[in-house]
Design a protein around this ligand. Structure first.
Ligand code: PAZ
Length: 313
């Protein structure tokens, strides 16, 4: 049995920079609310479960944050204000295009007498310029706010704080919960302060179930928002039944279902009415097309209908 979410918050302290993040969230949402913008909270990347208070080791998961980072870019393109709540050091909008050595491969050094300059290679200008210009436009407009988490408890503290301010946007708030959040945690009083020592023998680790936060989120925290959760499975037979079960249990609007190995080529958008498959062709995959473009297009269409049905704009 999982404990209650009240108990979870009572036994986990907020992150150290919590109040700063809360102020940033408040300022961002109030500003965009005044301007009548739709606001999306995109959560992205995986959460950790620390095994020590002074954390050397932790339980982690596979998520790289590509889904969230790419989706944030497409929401920005469509005029949404984006709260990008992401795992520290996971992929981020715009910079994701130049991850690893890609950026350095685009540059060349020119030495002339005492003058060394660095230039973007001519054939890379076409790749860099559109991304740079979208990045600069988003930042100049103050249209994106980055909030970082690492552990599962930091994630829930920040998620609840974001919901507190998003609630004021009513149906114009969209929650796109793409982060891979641990279902398990170790209570704070069960982990050692310092690095576990191998001399003490093999540790026995007892994981507890994380309370299901979608229930209070949908019913109490943001009752008028358009909420989308994601469901990842590795057994195809479980994918749609579990996505549909989540929709029926939590009564939110959409579950986006995906399989671990094919998550960047195929998803199923599950709503009360239908299962809609979005699939990239082999050519699109080779050309580096983002599946997040058609996903976000469909979500924006559904969100628009939700806003209209609630008599808002
Ligand atoms: O972060 P990523 O691009 O590597 O993967 C995306 C994803 C699979 C984490 C996301 O699409 C998702 O399904 N998130 C929810 C996972 C879950 O808890 O079921």
């Amino acid at each position: 049995m999982s404990g209650s979410w009240e108990e979870f918050f009572a036994t986990h302290l907020p992150p150290t920079d919590f109040e700063d993040n809360r102020s940033l969230l408040k300022e961002f949402c109030e500003r965009h609310d005044r301007q009548g913008h739709k606001i999306v909270l995109v959560t992205s990347g995986g959460t950790t479960v620390p095994l020590e208070h002074n954390t050397v080791r932790f339980v982690d998961n596979f998520s790289a944050g590509k889904r969230g980072a790419a989706s944030a870019e497409y929401f920005l393109e469509q005029g949404y204000a984006v709260i990008f709540m992401h795992r520290q050091k996971s992929l981020e909008p715009f910079t994701r295009h130049f991850n690893g050595p890609k950026l350095l491969d685009m540059l060349e050094i020119q030495e002339q007498a005492n003058n060394t300059t660095i230039r973007v290679k001519q054939d890379s200008v076409f790749a860099l310029a559109p991304v740079l210009s979208r990045y600069q436009a988003a930042h100049a407009a103050g249209a994106i706010l980055h909030i970082a988490f690492t552990t599962v408890s930091e994630y829930f503290w920040l998620l609840r704080a974001a919901c507190e301010v998003l609630a004021k946007s009513g149906p114009r708030a969209l929650l796109y919960l793409a982060a891979a959040v641990s279902d398990f945690y170790i209570p704070k009083d069960s982990i050692p302060t310092h690095k576990m020592q191998s001399e003490s023998g093999a540790p026995v680790i007892h994981l507890h179930l994380v309370p299901k936060m979608l229930a209070p989120l949908v019913n109490l925290w943001v009752p008028n928002a358009f909420v989308i959760s994601f469901k990842l499975e590795t057994d195809e037979n479980l994918l749609i039944p579990k996505a549909r079960a989540a929709l029926e249990k939590y009564k939110h609007k959409v579950v986006i279902a995906n399989m671990l190995q094919t998550r960047h080529q195929r998803v199923v958008v599950v709503t009360k009415e239908a299962n809609q498959e979005i699939v990239l062709t082999r050519e699109e995959v080779h050309a580096g097309v983002d599946i997040e473009a058609p996903i976000v297009e469909e979500i924006i269409r559904l969100h628009g209908a939700h806003v209209t049905s609630r008599g808002a704009r």
